[in-house]
Design a protein around this ligand. Sequence first.
Ligand code: UDP
Ligand code: MG
Length: 163
Amino acid sequence: AKTIAGEKGTVSERSFIMIKPDGVSRQLVGKIVSRFEERGYKLVAIKSLTPSPALAQEHYSDLSSRPFFGGLVKYITSGTPVVAMVWEGKDVIRQGRRIVGATNPLESDPGSVRGQYAVSVGRNLIHASDSFDAATKEIGLWFAETELSQYEPTTWNWVMADN
Ligand code: UDP
Ligand code: MG
């Protein structure tokens, strides 16, 4: 069934990717966006904002009982903006997690964003949805449906072809 996160397992699949305040402050936005663009994924939505505590808490609601939750919300709502994005394309949820790397940057593949640019779990630069259900929740939380663009990049058919 088609949802705000597209259709799981098809080229319409979507993931929520967010560059956290350290990524913006360290001026890594272009390099991070380029990884998704160069892979061939479609940029469906992008905006920069400082989230409210309520938005950050809802985004990370699964982690509310963890000891780092307060610090995590403070980090995300610091006042330096985040860059919230929706990317679309084949297997983008799983590939987004691979591009981002393991939660602890010291365990991240060195070719991943975290493995190349970060060393601290509490300042790991970027978020990526970890499942289709998470993508559905997160895209709906951060974006209105009217903010999600429908268009076809000129590269689309070459990159996403199956035969
Ligand atoms: N986090 C943290 N300390 C921890 C685990 C997680 O500060 O011990 C932060 C970190 O910023 C991480 C976020 O909480 O990216 C969400 O945790 P999750 O386990 O969902 O990791 P992710 O999905 O971001 O890899
Ligand atoms: Mg997570």
